[in-house]
Write a protein that binds this ligand. Structure first.
Ligand SMILES: [Zn+2]
Ligand SMILES: [Zn+2]
Length: 116
């Protein structure tokens, strides 16, 4: 018996391109299930498909209720390592840093703008 499980849009980037995947451990053949966003790479992993979908949807709902309340800015700064230069983006709300700025902070969930 297989039921189609509905997935809510990605809690992080808001896209609807998320899918349920079965993962078999190469070590012990244990099966786990994950929901992965094909756009931003966010994922949740649980023991069963139902649990994974439920965890994903719970996160999306929490996010949905919070996202109008919280906004932040990605503050970019450049760093030099050897001869290469890197740009980092820092969340103005929680201080989370990343190499590129998604629409929502993966750490605190704030809706983000990129500061000039
Ligand atoms: Zn996403
Ligand atoms: Zn943040």
């Amino acid at each position: 018996m297989s039921e189609k499980i509905d997935l809510l849009p990605c809690p992080f980037c808001g896209c609807e391109d998320a899918g349920l995947h079965e993962n078999v451990s190469m070590v012990d053949d244990n099966v786990s299930w994950s929901v992965d966003c094909n756009n931003c790479g966010a994922s949740v992993i649980e023991n069963t498909a139902e649990q994974a979908a439920e965890a994903w949807n719970r996160r999306a709902i929490v996010h949905e209720s919070e996202k109008d309340a919280r906004t932040g800015e990605w503050i970019s700064h450049k760093e030099r390592h050897n001869s290469a230069r890197y740009i980092y983006y820092k969340c103005s709300e929680c201080g989370y840093e990343d190499g590129y700025p998604p629409n929502y902070c993966p750490n605190c969930g704030a809706k983000m703008e990129v500061a000039e």
